[in-house]
Design a protein around this ligand. Structure first.
Ligand code: FPP
Length: 241
């Protein structure tokens, strides 16, 4: 496929479940955090590849509502990595036209991290080249639960009537309310499950489950996965024309 053709058929919004950091590190006899650091370097490479490959929105699963069950040292190491990533990458993200948003419940995150997240969102809020959304303390069911609670509160306050509520109304209360739905969800590391990621938003997404571990997921492989997507026939429940 020619490069222009690939861009024309590229998914507008790609979501990634970045799995396999732990196994990648174990394969090298190193601690799990070593794999997460390598994973963070791949994040940078994949974000940078987006404009050339025609991807406008990229959403990445950095920490799930279930990831708190990991050891305290892995959780605190990951939180430190997220803080460091924001501090170190802010300038490049701004210069490269990346608008960063975070989705997930911020209540359980530490104050310093939340402050850095808010600052990065504000700093990059005028960018429009690539929209990077980082899911942090995110779970699809948790998101739908929080959205429903806010919606119910609006009904209780008389701002909304129950009979007006439909799927568009609920979607307005989701963390992702300003984002288009993902066209393609990629999961690395050979696991074929969605682990509570973008449950509502992925109703019509295409999925690619690939064997490569996230720290080995290069820009070239990303491009290959996008090419495979370009050859798919999406019907959204309709019959072929
Ligand atoms: C899953 O692999 C990965 C995570 C829970 C963390 C994802 C985090 C990164 C890629 C780090 C950088 C992110 C940002 C935004 C800077 P796993 O640990 O479950 O791997 P395993 O299944 O092999 O154990």
């Amino acid at each position: 496929m020619a490069a222009d053709d690939q861009i024309a058929r590229a998914p507008h919004h790609v979501a990634c479940i970045m799995d396999g950091n732990g196994r990648w590190a174990a394969g090298r006899g190193r601690p799990r955090l070593f794999g997460h650091h390598a994973g963070a370097r791949r994040v940078k490479e994949i974000v940078r590849a987006c404009p050339d490959l025609g991807v406008r929105y990229l959403t990445i699963f950095a920490f799930s509502t279930e990831n708190w069950k990991r050891t305290q040292s892995e959780v605190s190491g990951l939180m430190k990595l997220f803080r460091r990533y924001i501090q170190r990458e802010a300038r490049d993200l701004l210069a490269e036209g990346v608008r960063v948003r975070f989705i997930g419940d911020r209540v359980r995150l530490d104050e310093k991290l939340v402050r850095l997240m808010d600052e990065l969102e504000l700093l990059t809020s005028r960018n429009d080249k690539v929209h990077l959304t980082i899911a942090l303390n995110y779970g699809g069911r948790d998101e739908i639960g929080r959205a429903t609670k806010r919606l119910a509160q609006e009904i209780a306050d008389g701002k909304l009537s129950a009979h007006e509520v439909d799927e568009t109304t609920l979607a307005r209360f989701l963390d992702t309310h300003v984002l288009p739905d993902p066209d393609l969800v990629i999961r690395t590391s050979g696991e074929a499950r969605i682990s509570n990621f973008l449950l509502w938003q992925s109703a019509y997404a295409e999925y690619e489950f690939i064997d490569t571990l996230w720290p080995d997921f290069t820009r070239e492989e990303f491009s290959k996965v996008l090419r495979a997507y370009g050859a798919r026939d999406r019907r959204f429940g309709a019959v072929p024309a």
